[in-house]
Ligand binder design. Structure first.
Ligand SMILES: [Fe+2]
Length: 243
């Protein structure tokens, strides 16, 4: 089945979220096949090997590495990288690590301005604007995350548990998984009991969600082969309305 942008947007409106298998992400976000495959994608994914430790972990965890970038989208116009600035989440949205400005190392220039990132930003904006029916000057944040799983310590993709990010829309795409079990994404819509759950397994398996309706969380990861470490790499894009 080949879903159109409008099909994908309608699913977000109806269900609060949509998950796209990698092949569909590629087809939708990269129709000419020049950005999310081959050398551009290889270099993009490889940049997850050069992240920096998150030193703000209130649980004392040392299992998370990351980089951060901000972008501004003018309605119908370009998406431009913004000045480096801190990441802020209210305590209400992140009781564990929120409530303060957190400075993270910037996403490398060639990664932040490269074709894979720009395609994902542009495609996400299209879907989210089709979903909410309006074009606004979005404040966008991009997070590169690597969660490490060691034989003696699980890695927690969402140490704060089930949560909202405190924005309008969120895209999460898997960059890669190496020697890890677990990492199951749970989704709770409109506060209803019961969660949908699925696992982002292949690079570019993606979920797009309406953060005003959906709580999300990811279960801990541990190494499949306990003799060596593992990791789970994701890109998270958050779209917020201007304050
Ligand atoms: Fe989140």
């Amino acid at each position: 089945m080949m879903r159109t942008r409008e099909d994908i947007a309608r699913t977000i409106r109806q269900d609060g979220y949509v998950s796209l298998p990698a092949a569909e992400t590629r087809r939708f976000f990269d129709s000419d096949g020049t950005a999310l495959g081959g050398e551009p994608w290889r270099a993009f994914a490889e940049s997850w090997g050069d992240l920096r430790p998150d030193t703000y972990m209130a649980d004392g965890g040392r299992y998370r590495q990351r980089r951060h970038a901000t972008y501004a989208a003018t309605p119908g116009g370009e998406i431009l990288r913004g000045a480096h600035r801190p990441h802020f989440q209210a305590l209400q949205h992140n009781p564990l690590n929120g409530g303060l400005e957190r400075w993270f190392e910037p996403v490398a220039a060639q990664v932040g301005d490269g074709a894979p990132m720009m395609r994902l930003l542009a495609g996400a904006r299209e879907v989210f604007e089709a979903s909410c029916g309006e074009a606004v000057p979005w404040h966008i944040e991009a997070h590169q995350f690597r969660i490490e799983a060691r034989p003696d310590a699980v890695g927690k993709p969402t140490p704060e548990g089930m949560h909202r990010d405190g924005v309008a829309f969120v895209l999460v795409t898997l960059i890669g998984r190496e020697n890890v079990a677990g990492g199951v994404t749970g989704i709770r819509v409109d506060g209803r009991d019961g969660e949908a759950s699925f696992t982002l397994e292949e690079p570019l398996d993606t979920v797009l969600l309406d953060d005003t309706r959906v709580w999300h969380g990811v279960t801990p990861i541990s190494p499949i082969d306990p003799a060596r470490p593992g990791h789970r790499d994701v890109l998270v894009l958050t779209f917020a309305r201007p304050r």
